[in-house]
Design a binder for this molecule. Sequence first.
Ligand code: FAD
Length: 333
Amino acid sequence: MAEYKGILVCGELADGKLASITTELLGCGRKLADDLKEDLSCLLASDAVGGASKEAIAFGADKVYAVEHPALKEYQADSYMQAAEKLVKEISPRTILMGQTSMGRDLAPRLAFRLGTSLTTDCLDLSIDPATKLLTQTRPVYGGNAQAMFTSEFMPQMATVRTKAMSPLERDDSRKGEVIPTKIDIDTSKVRTKILETVKEEAVGIKLEDAPVIVCGGRGIGSPEPFQTTLKELADLLHGAVGASRPPADNGWVSEALHIGLTGKIVAPDIYIAIAVSGASQHTAGCTGSKHIIAINKDPEANIFREAELGVVGKYEEVVPALTNKLKELLAG
Ligand SMILES: Cc1cc2nc3c(=O)[nH]c(=O)nc-3n(C[C@H](O)[C@H](O)[C@H](O)COP(=O)(O)OP(=O)(O)OC[C@H]3O[C@@H](n4cnc5c(N)ncnc54)[C@H](O)[C@@H]3O)c2cc1C
């Protein structure tokens, strides 16, 4: 039987650099590897991995397996699967971590199936049980109303981790590690999909996931226009971004990319201002990682007030402009 050892992060690149989820996974992987006194490795697959390998070391990896192949230029399940499966079979990691991202959601179950192991998705916390050395995986259940802890004796242990659930280490370019250029043959005849075109959504202003402040509007906003005016003015003033609950996205009032919650984006800004949002569990599942939640709602019984640290009961049409004006006054003074 193979000896399973070490932690492997399946990394993601964004515009040639490490994606933020990968730095978060390396931060969490570092802690797990130190607890086990084993190595933290990172798989980076692309047509050209470049400086991202060094970046992964600066964020905590001991070893980086840089797999380069033209078929790995963009994420495609059939090609990435081959790279991941072959590397895992070669190095036998104890634990494999991926992001709960478009790539991780697609690749992790496929890889788990191929390896005949189990997978816990959307984890918020991971730790090592010192007695068994098994991974304890904490994830939300019942639409975010409770959290459950899982473990599995299948090896390797696999988990996907929610974005912003973990913190990256401080980047340290003096950290030492090994970059291992790894040749893996990809059978392109097994790649069943073809990327014809990549269309980048034009992001105006700060990306929702990176915004320190999010001004989120719900169905109670009533129409598309206030998202562009009232909410945007407040968000701009606070150097933040506008988000939405699901109904405004479903109604086409805002882009689907702004939808926050269980089936949308998971965010964890410093300040989350929920305006005319009732606070359904499927929505709060996407924002409870925020440092401070402020709610504005005309219904004093709205569930969002249970999550919020500060709340204003009133019509947003009156409260938000008053808040914006006061902030302008304070910022000017
Ligand atoms: C499987 C599943 C997945 C889901 N995933 C998501 C998800 O990812 N994200 C998500 O958001 N939802 C999701 N939902 C939907 C979720 O259950 C709720 O229906 C949704 O979050 C409600 O959105 P809301 O709070 O904007 O609207 P509502 O629940 O209709 O609330 C509107 C609020 O606005 C207030 N209001 C109205 N007018 C004003 C005003 N003038 N001033 C101030 N306040 C006002 C009302 O008091 C009310 O509290 C999901 C549901 C299911 C079943």
